[in-house]
Write a protein that binds this ligand. Sequence first.
Ligand code: ZN
Length: 431
Amino acid sequence: MDARKLRKTSEGGNAIEFYQRCTKCEAIESAHRMIAACPDCAAPLEFVFEGTYSGAPSDRDDLWKNFDLLPLEDSRNIVALGAGGSPILELPELGDALGGADLFLKLDSDKNPTGTFKDREASVILSRCKELGLDGLVFYSTANTGRAYTHYAAELGLTSYFFMPKQCEYKNTGFQKGPRNHLILVDSHYPNIGPYAKRFAKENGLHAIAPLHERTESYATLAYEQFQEMPDCDFFVQTIASGMGPIGFLRGHRNLIKFGLEERRDVPRIVCVQSEQTNSMYVAYRAGKTEMTPDDLPSEFPDDLFEPTLNSTNPVHNYPALCASLRESDGIITDVGRAAVGQESGRFLKALAKRGIRFLVDQEQSTLIGFAGLVRLAAEGSIGRGDRVLLLATGRGGTESSEIVPADLTIDPSTADPVEVKRRLDVLTNE
Ligand SMILES: [Zn+2]
């Protein structure tokens, strides 16, 4: 037996081993490390699952019902907090707006603890941190990923440092934060945040989490749930910033195909919708690009972004994987502006209100952007009668909380010394 391959404590009678592998040189790494890239050639890694798998979920009601295909060795390390396993709601009265297509909504916004699909990622990554004994966690996001990570880190009593754009401060509601969970506002252009957070981790000897391939597996659960709950699905639709959801969705279907549970033709076509103000991936894809460079990003964004959450902090990094996911699934990417969203949102929100479902649209409009994108695609003839369309409700539902969780510091990354910033944060913890 290869000691680098971890055998899972299966609950469903499956026998699965998993490990990390370099996507380029194919070097094998134990799954017992959280590493950003191949130590030999610096290429991205991927998780590999091998063995026998029946495709049947356990009777859990969260994303961990597909534990056997998630990168965790021991189910006792699961930190679930109810994320995933969300219900699918049919909205037949909206078919008229969609050329006769049948619309279904996957309600992550309602089911997940911090009100967005990002809790899937937080649950998987923080469970990994527990299993690997990691503490002193550093991460960055426009809002929702960091809110979710902080919420789960607080649950585990871990120390965390969350860097986010100052412009998104108003989104800091509806999550838990303990005295060791630091929230740092960054007063700068969004693409400067990631590099600063990585420098902060390195200079202070902390852990920058989480690499793309780790995050990808958490969104593969969207594919497993779609396969189990709505196998006859033609389109999987998501509003995207950097496209983590669709990247993981295709990843999940690749696993299902590998274990012989479905054919490639059964994979739904992936539809991505971007906000027109932050549509760099849409523009790159339309131009036929398979990679992006920083030159593909605008040099500045308006101060009053319609939906700042969708201004990804790392589109250049994620774009190759998103592009591959679109091509492999015969997918579509589109964009919509503020006016179209305003025009289409009324009937969508009305259909949900009738069923007692609310979105906190003052906090986030991404699901509305997704619906408006579908209306555009129907008008263009890309979707129509008889198509079964599954829209992921990306955000934001759940608890109504208008109380903003205060940040600990605001920094300018061009001048703030990372060691000094940590020292100031540590003083706050000890007060
Ligand atoms: Zn390699």
